[in-house]
Design a protein around this ligand. Structure first.
Ligand SMILES: Nc1ncnc2c1ncn2[C@@H]1O[C@H](COP(=O)(O)OP(=O)(O)OP(=O)(O)O)[C@@H](O)[C@H]1O
Ligand SMILES: [Mg+2]
Length: 301
């Protein structure tokens, strides 16, 4: 089932001089994690603003769980972490979640149950009484993520969720997102952190100057280099080189082993048979693939 759909969504400012988003089509499956990538100014936040009814499209339309994005009903089941959000410094963490929960129509009883769970989830339960003006950037970001979940939404829009969060905090956010996916939630992320996106997304779209330039499954972006990393026990390295030469396999020394050009599974397994026939212990075989970062740089440079 489709959770989010956009058909020809377009937003132009200044009488068409600024083309923030042009003819954007996307369909996000329910229960999936979809990431939108693109350099600064590519139109990612604009798309969120259109889908969430914060800005009106110049052209095109969209739906959230089948409801038209211009209908406020479309936002009933939605959570949103905005980019560069400013949280009121005079509230503490617990008050903030209460305040936002009330605005989302959550009952007092539900809030009394949910707030402690969410604070624990984002590891702020020991800071719940601290005023937000004393929170660090990462703490504010984690609280913002908890806020996006306060109404137990089906669909969660996160604009740069790991912005300002340290590496351990990022892993924690990643785990929260994967847990939400396990619960069947749909997550739409805008991000610059390609290694994070590569790890958690089912599908990815890349925007450049408001135009979609590629969309597909995450695996489509991680292209094979046609090479494998192979390492064997230290004292048998010369025997391995002999095998490469015999089989006419192009090979290069890499850190802790070799990179070898291998056309596919059959050639790889024939090579492994040869190596094992000579009683050489294999320590590692790894298919070398381009990262999302390699792809991103290639298409955007
Ligand atoms: N209200 C506005 N009026 C005029 N131009 C705008 C407005 N909002 C956005 N833009 C322009 O639209 C383009 C897309 O901006 P947007 O904020 O969507 O980019 P983004 O991909 O989210 O960038 P970033 O990664 O920096 O957050 C930019 O050129 C921006 O200046
Ligand atoms: Mg943005």
């Amino acid at each position: 089932m489709t959770a989010i759909e956009s058909i020809g969504l377009t937003k132009h400012y200044s009488r068409g001089k600024i083309k923030a988003l042009t003819d954007f089509n996307v369909s996000v499956e329910k229960g999936s994690i979809f990431s939108l990538l693109g350099p600064n100014g590519a139109g990612k936040t604009t798309l969120f603003r259109l889908l969430l009814g914060i800005a009106l499209p110049t052209k095109g339309e969209g739906t959230i769980l089948g409801k038209n994005i211009i209908d406020p009903e479309a936002r009933k089941n939605v959570g949103y972490l905005s980019e560069d959000h400013r949280l009121p410094g005079y509230l503490n963490g617990e008050q903030f979640l209460y305040y936002y929960g009330k605005m989302s129509g959550v009952s007092n009883y539900d809030l009394s149950q949910k707030i402690p769970v969410l604070l624990k989830k984002v590891k702020l339960d020991d800071r719940k009484s601290l005023k937000l003006k004393k929170y660090s950037k990462g703490m504010l970001q984690r609280l913002g993520t908890a806020q996006a979940l306060i109404n137990d939404p089906e669909i969660i829009f996160l604009d740069e969720p790991t912005d300002g969060i340290d590496p351990i905090g990022r892993i924690e956010i990643r785990e929260i997102l994967l847990d939400l996916k396990k619960d069947g939630k749909t997550i739409f992320i805008n991000s610059h952190l390609l290694s994070e996106v590569e790890r958690i997304s089912d599908e990815i779209a890349i925007l450049k100057q408001g135009v979609l330039i590629k969309k597909g499954k995450t695996s489509d972006f991680l292209e094979s280099t046609g090479r494998y990393h192979i390492s064997v026990e230290q004292e048998k390295i010369n025997s391995l080189i002999e095998i490469f030469k015999r089989r006419n396999i192009d090979h290069e020394i890499m850190e802790n082993g070799f990179s070898a050009a291998i056309s596919g599974t059959k050639e790889l397994n024939d090579l492994i048979d040869d190596i094992r026939k000579e009683r050489i212990d294999i320590e590692n075989v790894e298919h070398l693939k381009n990262s999302l970062e390699d792809y991103f740089i290639k298409v955007l440079k």
